[in-house]
Design a protein. Structure first.
Length: 197
């Protein structure tokens, strides 16, 4: 798909499971971890931003105003910031797509998944089309990021609350992109997940 694809990094969730273990003042997006691709130690959110292919130059990060460090980091990597008050995934997706409604497709990236290989992201993007949803599959299990073609824009903009876009999978063709990358299933929901094994 050679049309204009927007990356939407979802970084509004508060990470309550992580905070229960690490402490209420610990934001998982700012926790350090070692990158799979280059071995460098960066924050979770910086790994997510770095791993996205440079060809995807329409970049948005959806977050809340109480995350100044995340906002500064995203701006340093040329992301447009979309601020919302809710922390729900559905609200985040809807806000990101509404901000970039002119695009031909959207790649939804979770801000707490720092271990996805850039090649897996490129494979998902390569399979995107106007009328389909492109999803990486690791050993039979759906992972992230997920690409949505233009046809799904109106449906994405009506999402709300904590519900993500899974319901849209029944409304169109799902292209399963087989990858050899456990990182597509690995989210940092608790501190021990900062160490990729």
């Amino acid at each position: 798909m050679s049309q204009s694809i927007g990356v939407i990094v979802l970084a509004a969730g508060q990470g309550s499971r992580f905070r229960q273990v690490a402490g209420e003042d610990k934001d998982k997006l700012l926790a350090d971890c070692r990158g799979r691709d280059d071995g460098a130690v960066r924050s979770v959110i910086e790994h997510v931003l770095v791993n996205l292919p440079p060809t995807l130059d329409k970049r948005y990060l959806v977050t809340t105003a109480d995350r100044p460090q995340v906002i500064r980091m995203a701006k340093a990597y040329d992301y447009e910031i979309v601020l919302i008050e809710s922390t729900g995934m559905g609200d985040s997706i809807a806000a990101g797509v509404a901000e970039s409604a002119q695009l031909d497709g959207w790649l939804m990236v979770l801000g707490d998944m720092p271990f996805i290989l850039p090649s897996s992201i490129e494979h998902v993007v390569a399979q995107m089309g106007d009328d389909c949803i492109s999803v990486p599959v690791q050993e039979g299990e759906y992972g992230h990021p997920v690409g949505f073609g233009r046809r799904f824009g109106p449906g994405l903009m009506t999402l709300s609350g904590d519900r993500g876009a899974k319901a849209l999978f029944a409304q169109g063709r799902v292209v399963k992109v087989k990858v050899d990358d456990p990182g597509v299933l690995w989210d940092v929901d608790v501190p021990e997940k900062l160490n990729f094994k």
